[in-house]
Design a protein around this ligand. Structure first.
Ligand code: SAM
Length: 234
């Protein structure tokens, strides 16, 4: 990996298989089954061990399930996670890669901005401390673009959980053009949509706008409650 505009803190990629059986490996380029056709029983058996590590906030059970399911479906070689904060989502990618025994480079990026309302201070990346996850400081879109351009053709899982403003998410969604079609996906957090509510609809509306021009193979909005998660298959 070459130089990045953000600060690169840690990197590694070796994992051991965990004791709970994981779903068998299969073709990762097949579009013959939809994303939600995951190995739910095996995932359900493993999920409590993930909950013991990351808890159920900010990702409730159904969202942890969908995150793990998307990973199991795509078997990404590269994860780019925008919005490190405490590092819980990055830790989810680490844990699920370890469970599946998949070598996967995991990158996470956050601003280092003490004036940002969500700045976690010393707790930034707490959940991935000492783990083989590359932690970057910088703007999510800028850093993610550099990582993706440096790794063409890989199966990628891109996770958007940084600034939730409509314009920011719309810009980040345009990274879809750098992803390998038929093999990659984007997950967007905080996409619950309820017209008229004061909840931030930026991420949901950005997806609905961008899909008018970008031909996602599949779009699933998990509308089971707040905060909400959406899956976009590239
Ligand atoms: C809701 S938190 C993310 C939670 C995190 N994924 C986790 O699992 O712990 C949002 C984070 O996005 C960061 N953020 C805001 N704008 C950003 C940007 N342009 N690029 C990268 N990170 C950004 C904030 O600093 C904050 O830490």
């Amino acid at each position: 990996m070459g130089f990045l505009s953000g600060t690169r803190l840690k990197l590694g990629s070796r994992f051991k298989r965990s004791s709970i059986a994981s779903p068998a490996r299969r073709s990762t380029d097949s579009t013959s089954r939809a994303f939600l056709q995951t190995e739910k029983c095996l995932l359900s058996k493993w999920l409590p061990s993930l909950v013991r590590v990351v808890g159920t906030h900010p990702f409730p059970l159904d969202e942890l399930f969908a995150m793990a399911g998307a990973f199991e479906y795509h078997r990404p070689e590269l994860v780019v996670d925008i919005g490190t904060h405490l590092g819980k989502s990055a830790r989810v990618w680490h844990e699920v890669a370890k469970w599946l025994g998949e070598p996967c480079q995991i990158h996470t990026v956050d601003l280092f901005d003490p004036n940002h309302p969500e700045f976690p201070g010393k707790l930034l990346g707490q959940f991935i401390s000492g783990l083989p996850v590359a932690q970057h400081l910088g703007d999510g879109h800028t850093v993610a673009r550099e990582i993706l351009l440096a790794s063409p053709g890989k199966r990628v899982l891109l996770f958007l959980d940084g600034d939730h403003a409509y314009e920011t998410v719309l810009r980040e969604l345009q990274l879809a053009t750098l992803l390998r079609p038929g093999a990659s996906c984007i997950l967007v957090h905080d996409t619950f949509y309820q017209p008229g509510a004061s909840y931030n609809h930026g991420p949901y509306l950005a997806i609905e706008e961008y899909r008018k021009t970008f031909p996602f193979r599949q779009v699933v909005h998990l509308q089971l409650g707040l905060p909400g998660l959406s899956y976009l298959q590239v």
